[in-house]
Ligand binder design. Sequence first.
Ligand SMILES: Nc1ncnc2c1ncn2[C@@H]1O[C@H](COP(=O)(O)OP(=O)(O)OP(=O)(O)O)[C@@H](O)[C@H]1O
Length: 241
Amino acid sequence: MVVEVKNLVAGYGQKALIRNLSFSVPSPAFVAIIGHNGAGKTTLFRAFQGKVAYEGEILAQSQNLRHLKNASGKGLLAYLPQKSTVNFPIKVHDLLVMGLFRKKRFFEDYSADDYTLAADILTQLQLPHLLNQDFTTLSGGEQQLIWLAQLKLQDATINLLDEPTQQLDVFYKNKVFSLLQEWVVKGGKTVLCITHDLQNLHHMQGYLLNLSKPNPILEAITPESVRENQAFLEAGRQPVL
Ligand SMILES: Nc1ncnc2c1ncn2[C@@H]1O[C@H](COP(=O)(O)OP(=O)(O)OP(=O)(O)O)[C@@H](O)[C@H]1O
C-alpha cells in the first residue's frame, strides 16, 4: 500500500471535521481530494504532517506517520501548501534548487548539475524565461508554478498538493494536471491533490475523494463520477452537526 488511512478522526477542539475516514491507495495513483470550502481537505493534509491532533492511523509505504520522523527528509512525503510567501529578493533558479535539499549536506553548495535540473523543469513548464528573475516580482500564478516545480525536484514518493492550480489560467491548469498524471504514470509517484477544478478531472486517470459526502470513499475517476460529484457539490452543503 502506498497510502492507508484507517478510521481517521480529526478536527479542532470539539469539532470533528473528518469523521472515521478510511481509504487505501494500493499503488501509485492520482487522487483528487474535493469538497466544499471548510470540508476538511487541508485538515486531512495537516494530519498527514502531524500538524493536527487525530485519532486513527495514517500509513505511508506501510510506515505509521505518527511515529515517523522527518518523512520529507526521507523522500516519503512532500507538501505544497495553498500559499507560500517569500519576503526577500531571490532568483527563481536559487529557489528551485532548494527542492534538491535531500541530496545535500548542511552548507554544501548547489552544483552546476543542480541548476541544470532546475532549468530543465522550467523548460518542461514552458517557463524558461523566468529562471533568472527575482521570484518576488512574479505574478501569483507564476509563483505557484515555481513552487510546483520546486516540489517536483524533491522527488518524493507521496506528494500532497493543496490547490496547485488555484491561480492558474486555463492553459496552465490543463498543463499542470497533465504533468501530475505524468508524475504518476511515468514517475511512479503518488499525488494527492486538493482541487476545486472538477472540470479538469474528466481526462484524469485515478480516484476522487469527496470529503463533503457523509461517508467519503475513493471513487474511480470517470466522466460520470466527476459529473455526479460536481452535481453533489453544486446542490450545497450538508449542515455540520
Ligand atoms: N487551527 C484551527 N482552529 C480551529 N478551526 C480551524 C483551524 N484551522 C482550520 N479550521 C477550520 O476547519 C475548517 C476546515 O478547514 P480546512 O482548511 O481543512 O478546509 P478546506 O476543506 O481545506 O477548505 P477550502 O476549500 O476553503 O480550502 C474550517 O471551517 C476552518 O475554519
